[in-house]
Design a protein around this ligand. Sequence first.
Ligand code: ADP
Length: 628
Amino acid sequence: MHPRSHLPQRSRLALLVLGFAALVAAVSLFAFRYSLNLGLAELQATGRHRLDLYAASLEREIDKYAYFPTTLGLERDVLQLLAAPGADQARVEQVNQYLEQLNERAGSLSIYILDRNGRVAATSNWRRADSFLGEDLSFRPYFRQAIDNGSGRFFGIGTTRGEPGYYLSSVLTDSRGMLGVAVVKVGLKQLEKSWTTVEAPALVSDENGVIILASVPSWKFTTLKPLDEATRSAFDRTQQYNRRALNPLGVKELAELEHGARLVRLPKAEPEMVSMFPVAGTFVAQTQPLPGTPWNITVFSPQEQVRAIAFNRAAVAGAGAAFLFILTLLLNQRRRHLKDRLADQAALQRAHDELERKVAERTADLSSANTRLQQEVTERTQAERTLRSAQNELVQAGKLAVIGQLAAGVAHELNQPLAALRTLSGNTSKFLARGNLATASSNLERIGELVDRMGRLTSQLKSFARKSSGTPQAVPVRRAVENSLFLLEQRFKQARAVACIDLADEELQAWCDANRLEQVLVNLIGNALDAMEGIADPMLNIGAACEDGRILIQVRDRGPGLDEEVRSHLFEPFFTTKEAGSGLGLGLAISAGIVADFGGSLTGGNHPQGGAVFTLEIPAAPEGKQHD
Ligand code: ADP
């Protein structure tokens, strides 16, 4: 096949494949996006839940220590010490011990009391070498907060031991007014304890964006955002972070999500660390402020799992779409196939109906043609019958015409014997009177002969005139010729013509109607006599022979013969060269018709030695049907 004929089909296939791929891709993408959004929403809900949980546990932990500084204001020794700091050394020791015991019991880092100037009046760590007893801590923000607001909270790193902690402070007063400030420093470890069960990375950042608490240890003392120089120098002044490097954690924000959530990327920690949960990658970050503190708590929920689920769902949706597409394609193909089959069936039915209609039409045509044909045949038969009867009438008319022509001769023929009869009968009666019986009897014999002859003539005429049936039978040629000549005898006498009969066989018999054959011969012989009128010694030759089962009868005269003009019209009806009254021009036309009826032919020509020759060719009588 030519490759071009494949082209539309090929491009259709390409289009189909393209459409298939596009559909699968679109459905997969949609499923992925939908599933991802759904997953993210779920993740956010979980994140919010975790946020609440972690914040609550942290708050609980802090609150545990919140009442400590305030309760110190109930201790009489403490208040007396603050009223006169450093005056009574024994009291200082007593309070130091008390604070030491309290600190141990509470599990805090340290508990200490500052006088109204910010100097450490007593402390739980009084035994340690690096104890800050007597140190001036008025520069610490928690001191000022307590003086100004009654209580303070501060995250910072210890100036002496560099230990980070959460400072909770409370002003101590009595009836005399403000005496000092009580401070409890809670270690981060204590706070972190509440986070031991976290399932996702979480962190607490302070008001400066510095991470002070994190479920990932390496995150601690990094910043959420890079710090500018002014902030750094301010930190140096307060020694809040005790000159830590404070490098940025490197959180990269990818997108803003609903309800303040963000999509972020966390960098890989160096060196690689072992963790219960992923600490690097894409996360949904959610932040909320920690009540009672200027801090924020942030929870990171890993997006990986959601993405994996979304990928899985996208794959399933894609496969489903592919399956549906193929199913639709198959169904469509089946529907088309069915439609084609139905169309084929309809076309077949139409062709069938058309065929039946045509057959019915043809049958109707055929039957009407048949009817017409039958009608025509009937008409033809009718016409033939009419024609035949007309022909018969014509033949008869022709015959009567001949008889008319013969009438004068016949009358003459009959007059002569009648005159002779009168003379003979007169003579006979005279001879009888004379007693001459011999002569009388010979006269009577003569009379008898004459009567016979007259009778023969009249009977001949009668038989010639009768209407013949035209039924063929064996006809002796000699008898037919002689009968014809007999009828024309008078004309021969008048013309002084002679007829020579020359038959190849005396027993020749033709298969025709005798009466009609004689009619033809009378016509031909009559025409010959007409042609020889005024000729000296007119002679007529009648010959007959048999050739191949055909009888040939020739009538030759010594007349002027047939010129071209006459020959071309010879057998046409009403063609005559004779003067009006003597010829109708029907003789040869009727004769030719009669001969054709016999199954023979009639032709006219010229004899090489002058005169016309008419040849009659008719079937010979078959063997066994011949006349005796
Ligand atoms: P009709 O004798 O009444 O004229 P026919 O049909 O018998 O009619 O003859 C037609 C014509 O044929 C004649 O008029 C004559 O001219 C020509 N014809 C017929 N027989 C002969 C013949 N033997 N010799 C010459 N002419 C003839």
